[in-house]
Design a protein around this ligand. Structure first.
Ligand code: GDP
Length: 434
């Protein structure tokens, strides 16, 4: 019998949760992209809550003044995927949750980078379309490879003079040894960057002048040169997936028809298994580019259920492994990954829950200090605010207020649950990343 890992009270299912990091060489556009994601999703959030689009216009201004979220250890956004026609569903049945975990880019903070890599399930690696693959990103890339973190590549700044999408894809293959395949190809570049080819769906998506949220996309059939580029990219993508994914591979060999959805699932499996790196090209300056990039995060990067359960240790006996199942219906176990001194609330301990549920007012046990402490408040940094929450569920990320003794790397668990978390391991890549 398959037991549903979700408790009925949780607002987002595990399947619809993504914990991602954004990694980049300095200046490639990580801050801008994060800002745009928060702005874009923040608008949705605001529109969803107050039903007033006008209230969102000065949001970015305030955000800049306060500067809380961008620099935060983890920030949560809500996400609605596009419809087939390309418009955004405003109030669908179910939303997605994306937690963006800050991954420090500096090489000299390797330990910190490694710790943040342990709590995320996937990453967007941003490259500058002019500068290409730079040494600092190679280091982060190698670390992500070491931890088998599934990745998407975003080739940013396609609007800059000298931007060259094909060149960056080639560098990702040659310098990073990645099995890269384009999923979103920029249409035009520099001043003439006008849209993207959605390779899987064989559609052209045009950025409109009206770049505000709620304006629908212009989505067209591929024609002329674009049709040739799109077809070639589709064949390349299909070949790459057929080579590494059994389900798609078998149909491909038998010359059976492979639907867009089947290809998408194949890309998803191959990406999660670290055998494929989907590449998207565009610009963080274009909101519509953000829409499709985040859709790719949902489509191709893993949910907490797609990665193996974390393994804990008995602190008294390191030989004794304890499986930490990814489900709400188990004892609580979380990893504290960042401390944050917040101007308004004091010391925040950011944590990722691997199993169980934590509620405001609960007591957590810290096997390192052998002490229990009460969780005064639970907070989520969402869009532009600190949001008090009552509970945090398996696979999710939030911050605790009120813990005096916890530090980064600590396990926080249910009372009497003597376990120390080890980083979760991802499946071994089969394709060598030589
Ligand atoms: P970070 O160091 O990776 O966080 O990079 P930033 O987000 O601070 O961006 C560095 C510079 O590049 C800033 O001046 C941004 O305005 C600019 N930038 C970011 N994204 C784009 C883009 O898509 N196109 C262009 N032309 N400039 C960009």
């Amino acid at each position: 019998m398959v037991v549903n890992p979700n408790s009925p009270e949780r607002p987002y299912s595990l399947e619809r949760t993504r914990n991602i990091g954004i990694a980049a060489h300095i200046d490639a556009g990580k801050t801008t992209l994060t800002e745009r994601i928060l702005f874009y999703t923040g608008m949705i959030h605001k529109i969803g809550e107050v039903h007033d689009g006008a209230a969102t216009t000065d949001w970015m201004e305030q955000e800049r003044e306060r500067g809380i979220t961008i620099t935060s250890a983890a920030v949560t956004t809500e996400w609605w995927q596009r419809t087939e026609e390309g418009s955004v569903k405003l109030f669908p049945e179910e939303k997605q949750r994306i937690n963006i975990i800050d991954t420090p880019g500096h090489v000299d903070f390797t330990a910190e980078v490694e710790r943040s890599l342990r709590v995320l399930d996937g990453a967007i690696v941003v490259f500058d379309a002019v500068a290409g693959v730079q040494p600092q990103t190679e280091t982060v890339w190698r670390q992500a490879t070491k931890y088998n973190v599934p990745r998407l590549v975003f080739v940013n700044k396609m609007d800059r003079v000298g931007a060259d999408f094909g060149n960056v894809v080639a560098e990702v293959r040659e310098k990073l040894g990645a099995n890269a395949a384009s999923i979103l190809i920029p249409i035009g570049s520099e001043d003439a960057l006008i849209g993207q080819i959605d390779v899987v769906n064989q559609k052209a998506v045009y950025f409109s002048d009206d770049d505000t949220f709620g304006s629908t996309f212009t989505v067209k059939e591929l024609e002329g040169d674009l049709a040739d580029i799109g077809k070639a990219a589709y064949d390349e993508l299909l070949n790459a997936v057929a080579d590494i994914d059994d389900a798609v591979g078998e149909k491909f060999l038998n010359e059976e028809e492979i639907s867009h959805e089947e290809l998408k699932q194949g890309i998803r499996r191959a990406t999660i298994a670290n055998k494929l790196v989907p590449v998207a090209g565009g610009s963080a300056f274009k909101n519509k580019g953000v829409q499709y990039l985040l859709d790719a995060v949902i489509d191709y990067l893993p949910s907490p259920l797609d990665i193996p359960s974390a393994i804990g240790m008995d602190p008294e006996n390191e030989e004794l492994e304890i499986e930490i199942p990814t489900t709400d219906h188990a004892k609580f176990a979380a990893l504290a990954f960042k401390l944050w001194a917040d101007k308004y609330v004091g010391k925040l301990v950011f944590f990722r829950v691997y199993s169980g549920v934590i509620r405001k007012g609960d007591t957590v046990y810290n096997p390192r200090t052998r002490k229990s402490e009460r969780v005064g408040r639970l907070i989520r940094i969402q869009a532009d605010e600190h949001k008090d929450i009552d509970a945090c569920f398996a696979g999710d990320i939030a911050a605790m207020v009120g813990l005096k003794n916890a530090t980064t790397g600590d396990t926080l668990a249910s009372e009497g649950y003597d376990v120390v978390l080890e980083p979760p391991t991802f499946p071994e890549p089969v394709i060598s990343m030589a």
